[in-house]
Design a protein around this ligand. Structure first.
Ligand SMILES: [Fe+2]
Length: 194
């Protein structure tokens, strides 16, 4: 975990709720002095206190740890604002329709920034009936491979997982326009408009 709760976050949330250090301490069963220490970066709350602390401050554990309080304005419904996250340790693939505090295997994952593919990761698109046949001519060894391809349009996401020793090819309906994303475990996320 490279992100733990900060004293500044605790103070901001506590003041936002209009309670004193003593009142917060009472709710979660610690001393006012302990809260004061956390807020002035002279100590950190034990992991067992994170959940009661989040509850007392009226936020989720994820919000408390990330320091970002999210108001659900349902602005993330447009899939074109998608973010992909890939865990470098276990290969887990996560998708979010908006900003998120994502952790896997104990580390915080940044949203991947997609690039235009170079020649070695180029995607070929061939029309087959009412679908498209997509091929990425790329090594598919255990050390270096294309992990997935996804088609994201305004209201739909399709993802196909690829495995080493297989071929990075699939058939998809690309109706609705949007973007294709594909991920190389060594070279990162690529993106192309459909
Ligand atoms: Fe690659």
């Amino acid at each position: 975990m490279d992100h733990y709760i900060t004293g500044a976050t605790i103070r901001r949330l506590r003041e936002g709720k209009g309670i004193t250090q003593a009142q917060l301490a009472d709710i979660i069963g610690v001393t006012a002095k302990a809260v004061s220490k956390w807020e002035t970066a002279k100590g950190l709350p034990d992991i067992t206190l994170i959940e009661p602390l989040a509850h007392a401050l009226g936020v989720s554990v994820a919000e408390l740890l990330s320091g970002n309080v999210v108001t659900n304005q349902n602005v993330s419904c447009n899939l074109l604002r998608s973010h992909f996250y890939v865990c470098p340790i276990c290969g887990n693939i996560l998708h979010a329709t908006g900003r998120a505090a994502v952790t896997c295997c104990g580390i915080t994952l940044p949203p991947l920034e997609a690039e235009t593919a170079d020649d070695r990761h180029a995607l070929t698109l061939e029309r087959v009936e009412d679908e498209s046949f997509l091929t990425i001519a790329h090594p598919m060894t255990k050390e270096h491979f294309i992990s997935f391809i996804a088609h994201v349009s305004m209201d739909r996401i399709q993802m196909v997982k690829f495995y080493p020793e297989g071929n990075a090819e699939t058939r998809l309906s690309l109706r609705g326009g949007g973007y294709l994303y594909w991920y190389c475990n060594r070279h990162g996320l690529m993106k192309r408009k459909v």
